[in-house]
Design a protein around this ligand. Structure first.
Ligand code: MN
Length: 231
């Protein structure tokens, strides 16, 4: 292929127990998928699932067991952490039924949906799209994927974020309003899912601002933990 410029490299995630990597195609995110987080954002906590996206190159992969560093982004004075369970899809499909959804899941990781909350808030107020708040460069640091074949289907398990050693977010993935399987059913009704798509499933309550120098440690349901330094 005779490209006029060099094609962008494929962003990929480490996989526990192997040297193979998971190439990322698209990043879907679920909004307000824990009741207590919806409440803290000023909503009732019960609504149909809705989705937004980040570009694949917003993902910052962690090397196996390693921490990573992301930059504090431009234009914001209120950069928020959102710890989330991330689901990796290895079989595509459309109109996938919830009962069949597990067959499309390769594995799971823990990640952060970093958000310029002040800019997102302005978008909401003005009825504008969220990209400037959500689709930020380096806004999706994600740990290694644990294959479902190794950990089984994840239904429950603690999800925790600490900042500088202090717990800011703590919940359980069994509190997801829309389960992973239901999310896949809804998503695949709107888009044909493709191998390499990942889904950030939403954050529990306790989102808060971080500043340069902070260290965040995300953990979820026994998956490989993720340490993120904010420079
Ligand atoms: Mn989120």
């Amino acid at each position: 292929m005779n490209f006029i410029i060099a094609p962008a490299p494929t962003t990929s995630l480490a996989i526990t127990g192997t040297d193979q990597r998971f190439p990322i195609r698209r990043v879907y995110c679920v909004g307000r998928n824990y009741v207590e987080h919806a409440v803290e954002m000023g909503f009732t906590g019960r609504e149909p699932p809705f989705f937004f996206m980040k570009p694949a190159d917003a993902v910052v992969p962690a090397a196996m067991g390693d921490s990573l560093t992301i930059d504090y982004p431009a234009l914001t004075k209120n950069y928020h952490h959102e710890v989330e369970l991330v689901v990796a899809i290895d079989r595509g499909g459309k109109n996938i039924r919830a009962a069949e959804a597990h067959k499309h899941i390769f594995g799971y990781a823990v990640g952060l949906d970093m958000t310029r909350r002040d800019l997102q808030g302005e978008c909401k107020k003005q009825g504008r799209p969220w990209e400037i708040g959500k689709a930020v460069d380096q806004s999706a640091p994600i740990g290694a994927i644990t294959p479902k074949s190794a950990c089984g289907e994840l239904i429950s398990g603690e999800i925790v974020l600490t900042v500088n050693g202090k717990t800011t977010q703590k919940s359980d993935i069994n509190k997801l309003i829309w389960t992973i399987n239901e999310v896949i059913e809804h998503l695949s009704a709107a888009w044909e899912l493709q191998p390499g798509d990942i889904i950030m499933t939403g954050t529990p309550e306790g989102v808060a601002a971080v500043v340069s120098g902070d260290v965040m440690v995300a953990s979820c349901a026994g998956l490989q933990p993720l340490t993120v330094h904010l420079s």
